[in-house]
Design a protein. Structure first.
Length: 482
């Protein structure tokens, strides 16, 4: 059997939990009311300003009134209800109202249960009251007796209002943003929602000569039935201001069938700097410029060949083409001149060796005087090379020219014994006349005769060429030259 103090503590704990649930319900109901009120006040102001643009001082006055209304709502529906005393007896009465069968036992237990009784009879009666009350409320959930209907109603209304605002933000993002700026920051200069505003892309731009320029316009605020693009050559306007009207062109832009706020037009084959702007309704966009640049390209190319020493060929400079054709082992110095100053020049070499193709190797060419580029290539195999140019204005040569490399292999020399040209018999003292002919594509530096007399060791005889020509004919007798 529990004593009086333990029974009262148990009832008090359960009632305190119910009071916290009640306080939470009061807070969320008040928060929902305040949120709904704030949205209603400022959305109402935004709608008025949308339909009938308000001057700045009026919007400042409305913002001040809105702040005041917000303060009032906060005090009335949040601060005041939360500060109001909510006693244990109030909670007990609420439980009694939902469970009349308790017959005021819970209220009596809460009011008198913590009293210090000196009379044994009174103490006994209090103990019996607490035991009976504890037993009767054992199956009752005190927190479930809190009425949340008001909270659910106002929270539902607030949720619908927030969802409606989200839908508006998705459907009219620009208009909503403009309205909020005008309502919440009325001292800033912001054009009314229904004022036509133009967003032009790409604005100021730099392009290569001969390229086209697609122009897109988005109309916000007041809708427009058409948008007119006006553009003209800047050079002509500067040279002859009086002729500006005749050099400019006006074009009705095409409306986007899927988005009536969008318009587009493309200017083709631009070969000079131009200025353009767009007009829709009463609005005129900023004036934008299109700067035209030349694509970096090679204007002159030459290849200086340094042949291997054994060829005996003198250095040669090839002009007019960058294709390389030389004997293997040749060093080719490539020299380019471009039409404009170059920031970087990437030389990409792709060579074939045996039956495999090597991965392209890229190096940076040396740059002199801004537009003269040089690099050196060792001719070892067939292949190709390209030069990717990046001008100081930031433009590339979009499709670099591909040059070929033809590596001519050095053919092996050919030696022919013309006389006797067959096996012959002779005496020990007889003489044999040998006529040998050696040929090579780049000349013969040395010719040796290898012979053996009888079973002697193999002997070597160096023959002196009698002519500098690639063909050497030598007459000799065995064993001495003749």
């Amino acid at each position: 059997m529990m004593n009086t103090r333990e029974g009262y503590a148990e009832l008090q704990t359960r009632i305190l939990e119910a009071r916290r649930a009640w306080k939470r319900s009061i807070f969320w109901a008040g928060f929902a009311i305040v949120l709904t009120g704030i949205i209603a006040v400022f959305v109402g102001e935004a709608i008025i300003d949308w339909l009938m643009p308000l001057p700045s001082f009026v919007r400042i006055a409305l913002l001040t009134a809105g702040v005041g209304v917000t303060g009032y709502l906060l005090y009335k529906y949040l601060i005041q209800p939360l500060r109001a005393a909510l006693t244990l007896r109030d909670i007990a009465l609420n439980v009694e109202q939902n469970h009349p069968d308790l017959e005021d036992r819970l209220v009596s237990a809460i009011e008198f249960g913590n009293r210090e009784a000196t009379d044994p009879i009174e103490a006994h009666m209090l103990q019996r009251l607490l035991e009976d009350t504890t037993q009767r409320v054992e199956s009752i959930d005190f927190k479930a007796t809190v009425d949340h209907s008001r909270t659910r109603k106002h929270a539902g209304i607030a949720a619908l209002v927030v969802v409606g605002c989200c839908v508006l933000a998705l459907l009219f993002p620009t208009e909503l943003h403009t309205s909020l700026l005008r309502v919440l920051v009325p001292w800033e200069k912001t054009e009314p929602v229904l004022t036509t505003k133009l967003t032009v892309e790409p604005g100021n731009v730099r392009i290569l000569r001969g390229k086209s320029l697609p122009i897109h316009v988005t109309v916000t605020g007041k809708s427009a039935e058409k948008a007119v693009l006006t553009y003209g050559n800047i050079g002509k306007q500067a040279a002859a201001p009086s002729e500006t009207q005749t050099t400019q062109q006006q074009i009705n832009m095409l409306q986007n069938p899927d988005d009536k706020r969008g318009f587009a037009y493309e200017i083709f084959n631009i070969d000079a700097d131009i200025e353009y702007y767009v007009v829709a309704n009463e609005a005129t966009s900023e004036r934008y410029t299109v700067e035209v640049f030349e694509m970096p390209k090679v204007t002159e190319i030459s290849v200086a060949y340094t042949y291997p020493d054994y060829t005996g060929l003198k250095p040669v400079v090839q002009t007019g083409t960058g294709d390389i054709q030389a004997v293997v082992g040749t060093q080719a110095e490539i020299r380019l001149t471009t039409n404009k100053a170059i920031q970087t020049a990437t030389f990409t070499l792709k060579q074939e060796k045996l039956d495999e193709t090597q991965e392209p190797a890229s190096t940076e060419m040396a740059i002199f005087d801004g537009n003269i580029l040089t690099t050196t290539v060792d001719v070892i195999a067939d292949g190709t090379y390209t030069v990717e140019l990046l001008g100081i204005d930031g433009f590339h040569n979009e499709i670099p020219i591909e040059y070929t490399i033809k590596a001519i292999p050095d053919a092996a020399p050919e030696v022919v014994i013309k006389e006797p040209g067959r096996d012959i018999k002779t005496t020990k003292l007889g003489e044999v006349e040998i006529i040998a002919e050696a040929t090579d594509d780049y000349g013969v530096a040395e010719l040796k005769l290898m012979y053996r007399i009888g079973s002697d060791e193999l002997q070597e005889l160096t023959l002196d060429p009698t002519t500098p020509d690639p063909v050497i004919e030598t007459q000799t007798t065995d064993p001495v030259q003749r």
